[in-house]
Design a protein around this ligand. Structure first.
Ligand SMILES: [Zn+2]
Length: 220
């Protein structure tokens, strides 16, 4: 593709909007870029889906410097993923992270692929843990009235499973064992309304599994 035939209008509009944004911020908050150049001090680490509708900085009005976001298809936390290792090791060592959040969203293509087996080879392989999760909850999911309800429920189950994986990740364990405090949260971003819904987390199960050895892990 060349510059002339790459859908130039929408691309140029994007860069023009960036110039406008940078000028607006320079006027309304002249210190912001100066402080950004000094470094970052985000209190929130989020694991979210790649989906373009899950616009978390916009939806929470967080602004630059507040959310440290790791994205992949269907917001997976895998213990064999070097990208996740790098994110967690860096963030929990170098940044003042106090909250770990996994945020899924309704109408997630990754979750739907795990349910119906559709999608490309790469997607099918990536969402295999979500497919296994669906198998483990087959009875509950099959009892739901339709595909939409099954997808919503699997999205919630997936968020819980990924927060649990965060709790098992060596970088998180090191942080807690070293006396660090972290609050854990699960969200589902509702693309139909723009609202974030908090997912109930299985604190009692985690306690029984010995994943909460101290009171340094909280829900707030
Ligand atoms: Zn998604």
């Amino acid at each position: 593709m060349t510059g002339e035939d790459r859908g130039g209008d929408e691309y140029e509009a994007l860069l023009a909007a960036n110039r406008e944004w940078a000028e607006d911020v320079s006027r309304s908050d002249p210190q912001l870029f100066e402080s950004m150049a000094e470094g970052q001090r985000p209190p929130f680490l989020l694991v979210a889906c790649c989906d373009s509708r899950e616009a978390l900085e916009v939806a929470t009005k967080a602004g630059p410097g507040r959310l440290f976001i790791h994205r992949n298809v269907a917001n997976q936390v895998r213990l064999d993923d070097p990208a996740m290792d790098a994110t967690l090791e860096f963030a929990l060592k170098a940044l003042p992270i106090r909250h770990l959040v996994v945020s899924g969203h309704t109408r997630c293509g990754g979750v739907e692929a795990a349910l119906d087996g559709g999608g490309s080879r790469g997607v099918v392989r990536w969402v295999e843990p979500v497919r296994e999760l669906a198998q483990r909850h087959r009875e509950e999911l099959d009892a739901l009235p339709d595909a939409r309800a099954r997808s919503h429920r699997l999205t919630e189950l997936n968020v819980v499973a990924q927060v649990t994986n965060l709790l098992r990740h060596p970088a998180v364990r090191r942080k807690l064992d070293g006396g660090g405090e972290l609050a854990l949260h699960g969200w589902v971003f509702q693309v139909e309304s723009g609202m974030l819904r908090e997912v109930e987390l299985p604190w009692d199960d985690w306690r029984q599994e010995g994943l909460l050895p101290s009171n340094r892990v909280t829900g707030r």
